[in-house]
Design a protein around this ligand. Structure first.
Ligand code: GLA
Length: 385
């Protein structure tokens, strides 16, 4: 499937031509995991795996959304939005329209067709991409005045308020504001950001463990609560601690006896990860990708041991990657409990890496991984057709 093919599908399904098409990318996070909801730093990049949408306005209030990948059509009143668990993919679309209403915007009815090649439930943010594509389609077709940062925030609140996942801002932000050949260094507290060029003799390689992410939402929310617990304990002694962002690793160690051991380990991941992101950006700018890679390995160890969001499959993928010649760094990426690893691999070693990691992972787990070499791409764009 391509965007052009999707336009043909739209015409077949709705017996008219689409007015616009939209593409919104998935993302890979290079470093800065589970820091966004702690007001910290992240460094994601958009990948060349995308959600595609073709759309046209209707003269009534109905939204008719057809998903090619799920083979389902969801029909609902754009002014009376309810969740539909039988077509759960459509809840991301519903949630975005619902949040536009919350802002006081009028949304026109629409016909739309959705497809894409971001693997679902793999930690590459297919849901954020769907939200961002929907927000962009609504913005154009309903003539709304909304800046990109507000649009990313709206998509995040669709996921939090409507879908019910207490996610941070990273995924929606980068799917909206990322740029080709760059990583986006984001301060999740004030949303200031910098696009850092990714011009290096290495490629970003994503290994999908194909392990279904179980327990992800409940464990995710548990981690958030543990971080909040640590914030409360640290604020009681230090004052002015609104989030783990406000705590240095040294302060945390000094006051570790103020909290349960578990909270201390969770907090230690976050405060050290924030430091790693800041250093990683400096190394990237200085062209020192070896040091960048070292921080990726450290990030993985911290996520595995302190934050406990890795799993045997992800650990095996990182271990196999580390054993290949030409691997500069490797870590799990995204929320964890399955999904993908991100690897920096010297360009000339990529083909060998793909073959060997695939073969050895299969031998050890019985699963065939999917391995993508990715090119950092642009955030959401649209075309009038
Ligand atoms: C998910 C969330 C993000 C972020 C990551 C972990 O992708 O949607 O906001 O918290 O997990 O870094």
């Amino acid at each position: 499937m391509t965007l052009d093919k999707l336009a043909e599908t739209f015409s077949r399904v709705f017996e008219r031509a689409p007015e616009i098409d939209v593409r919104a990318p998935g993302r890979v996070n290079l470093i800065g995991e589970h820091t966004d909801y702690n007001d910290g730093f992240v460094l994601p990049a958009d990948i060349d795996r995308e959600i595609w949408m073709c759309a046209a306005a209707r003269n009534d209030r109905l939204v008719k959304a057809h998903s090619l990948d799920f083979g389902q059509t969801a029909v609902f009143d754009s002014e009376r939005i309810t969740k539909d668990e039988r077509a759960s993919w459509s809840n991301y679309i519903r949630g975005v329209i619902d949040q536009y209403h919350e802002r006081g915007d009028q949304i026109r009815g629409m016909d739309l067709v959705v497809s894409g090649n971001v693997p679902v439930a793999s930690g590459l943010s297919s849901s954020a991409a769907l939200e961002v594509a929907t927000a962009e389609a609504c913005r154009i077709l309903s003539g709304l005045d909304i800046d990109p940062v507000s649009m990313a925030l709206l998509c995040q609140s669709a996921e939090r308020q409507f879908v019910g996942v207490q996610c941070g801002i990273m995924d929606q932000f980068v799917s909206t504001l990322g740029r080709q050949n760059t990583a986006l260094f984001l301060d999740c507290r004030d949303l200031s950001y910098e696009l850092v060029p990714l011009e290096m003799k290495a490629r970003i390689v994503i290994c999908n463990s194909r392990k279904q992410r179980n327990l992800q939402n409940s464990e995710y929310n548990k981690r958030r609560a543990e971080c909040e617990g640590a914030v409360g304990a640290l604020n009681a002694v230090l004052g002015n601690v609104k989030a783990l962002r406000d705590v240095t690793p040294e302060q945390l160690e000094r006051h570790r006896d103020r909290m349960p051991e578990l909270w201390h380990r969770r907090a230690r991941h976050v405060v050290t990860e924030n430091r790693r992101v800041v250093s990683a950006v400096d190394f990237l700018k200085a062209g020192d990708i070896r040091q960048f890679g070292r921080l990726m390995y450290e990030s993985h160890a911290s996520l595995r041991n302190d934050y406990e969001v890795s799993c045997p499959e992800l650990d095996i993928l990182v271990e196999l990657a580390a054993a290949q010649q030409g691997t500069i760094g490797a870590r799990m990426t995204g929320a964890g409990f399955g999904g993908c690893t991100v690897n920096l691999v010297a360009s000339e070693a990529v083909a060998d890496f793909q073959a060997k990691v695939a073969q050895e992972y299969h031998a050890r787990t019985g699963h065939k991984p999917m391995i993508y070499v990715c090119s950092p791409s642009d955030g959401v764009t649209h075309r009038r057709l």
